[in-house]
Design a protein around this ligand. Structure first.
Ligand SMILES: Cc1cc2nc3c(=O)[nH]c(=O)nc-3n(C[C@H](O)[C@H](O)[C@H](O)COP(=O)(O)OP(=O)(O)OC[C@H]3O[C@@H](n4cnc5c(N)ncnc54)[C@H](O)[C@@H]3O)c2cc1C
Length: 388
């Protein structure tokens, strides 16, 4: 039976302390500078990789630490709590999960040890397309088998860290939608080496936050047939399999953000004196911060429950989705309370509040928007009719 631990074990406390130690070397100035230039946190990611933290979820036999999702989440939460942005780190943790669960032994032996050491980077996951958006089964990128290769044509939008990765996981149609029984059939997952790939174009997009996000174009791109993960046509179910891990990890990013905002808001409200008293003594300032703290603690309990179920190998779809929803909403609530109590200073770049405010907003929309989480809970947890 899964059970939720209310306090961290000694090993988990040591893990958090180790990550915090690294994060201290990457203060607000580091992230602010990268944000202005929209540059990838190369130095930070390299240091975390060399220290083994990004291989936390890779089993020991493939060179990783073989830790659970709770520990993976703790790493991400700690990075965001320290003022950083764990986007690249959460991506690496959940993208490799598809290879681990559905890749062949040869693929796992070839790639996972190199991903663990950082010799190869897999932080790109190509799903979203301009014409299908959240309706993944309608995606139009097509991969046609020709002998020992597949030829890929199509485009993707909002795909992050492609220019910083050596490998990308790609979801494409291998059988046209009008030739399959169920629309979820006929999609396949490929692990492709994107270095110097002919016919593959990457166009960076300047987004609201620093996320290394791109539009991708595939023009008769040839990839080896050996890059197929698992069985052809079963890709959608492989992607679904990884979603609970992704939701729990993203919830952890949000929890770190929420706690960063709350700490920052409390510290500022206690020391800023206006009308002869600290602004934090006004209920109008104090209560939104207290409410955000309550929302964060509640979200953490749900994340811990989801992680405990996940690590015990039990079903956790409802809990993982609810954790992602509660975490994203708590961070957004805390972000608003933090920017409000800072007055004009909340908008000044040097305080980092506006940067974190932009960064935390993403998780209400991606990797899945909170409306679709509500639709999941309505349908799968409450047994209501499918709403879409
Ligand atoms: C910075 C950033 C990085 C990203 N990185 C990646 C990446 O690396 N790889 C990748 O594949 N994708 C990535 N995405 C894409 C992201 O996952 C999608 O933007 C998201 O899934 C929503 O798809 P969409 O933008 O097409 O919105 P749409 O599907 O067009 O939906 C728009 C809005 O309509 C609402 N909506 C849609 N359908 C319903 C419904 N049935 N019921 C109720 N409301 C609904 C939702 O509120 C939704 O936000 C990234 C996005 C951003 C912004």
């Amino acid at each position: 039976m899964a059970s939720i631990e209310l306090s961290l074990t000694e090993e988990q406390r040591a893990l958090r302390a180790g990550v915090l130690e690294i994060c201290k070397r990457y203060p607000g100035e580091y992230w602010r500078d990268l944000d202005t230039r929209r540059e990838y946190p190369e130095k930070f990611v390299t240091e975390l990789t060399e220290a083994g933290y990004l291989a936390a979820l890779i089993p020991q036999e493939y060179g990783g630490a073989g830790l659970g999702i709770r520990e993976g989440g703790l790493i991400l939460e700690t990075i965001n709590y320290s003022g950083g942005n764990a986007g690249a780190c959460h991506a690496q943790m959940y993208i490799m999960g598809t290879v681990l669960r559905h890749g062949s032994e040869a693929q796992k032996r070839e790639y996972l040890p190199k991903i663990a050491t950082g010799a190869l980077r897999l932080q790109a996951f190509g799903v979203t397309e301009p014409n299908s958006g959240s309706d993944t089964t309608k995606l139009q990128t097509i991969a046609i088998r020709k002998g020992d290769r597949y030829v890929v044509n199509g485009q993707k939008i909002f795909i992050s860290r492609v220019l910083q990765s050596d490998l990308m996981l790609l979801l494409a149609r291998t059988t046209p939608v009008d030739q399959v029984k169920r629309k979820t059939d006929g999609l396949s997952v490929f692990l492709i080496d994107i270095r110097g790939l002919k016919g593959f174009e990457v166009r960076p997009l300047r987004m609201m936050m620093n996320h290394s996000t791109n539009a991708l174009f595939f023009d008769n791109v040839e990839i080896p047939a050996t890059s197929l993960i698992g069985q052809e046509g079963k890709g959608f179910s492989y992607i679904l399999d990884g979603m609970n891990a992704e939701r729990i990890l993203v919830a952890s990013d949000s929890l770190g953000d929420a706690r960063w905002f709350t700490d920052k808001a409390v510290a500022y409200s206690n020391q800023r004196v206006i009308f002869g008293k600290p602004i934090g003594s006004n209920q109008g300032v104090q209560f939104p911060i207290a409410k955000a703290h309550i929302a964060t603690d509640a979200a953490q309990l749900m994340r811990d429950k989801a992680a405990a179920l996940f690590d015990a190998g039990q079903p956790c779809g409802g809990e993982a989705n609810m954790a992602k929803y509660l975490g994203a909403e708590a961070a957004w609530e805390a972000g608003n309370a933090c920017i409000d109590c800072h007055g004009g200073y909340g908008y000044a770049e040097e305080y980092d509040v506006e940067r974190k405010f932009r960064e935390c907003r993403l998780y209400k929309t991606a990797p899945v928007n909170n409306n679709l989480v509500l639709a999941y809970v309505g349908e799968h947890v409450l047994g209501m009719p499918r709403s879409y």
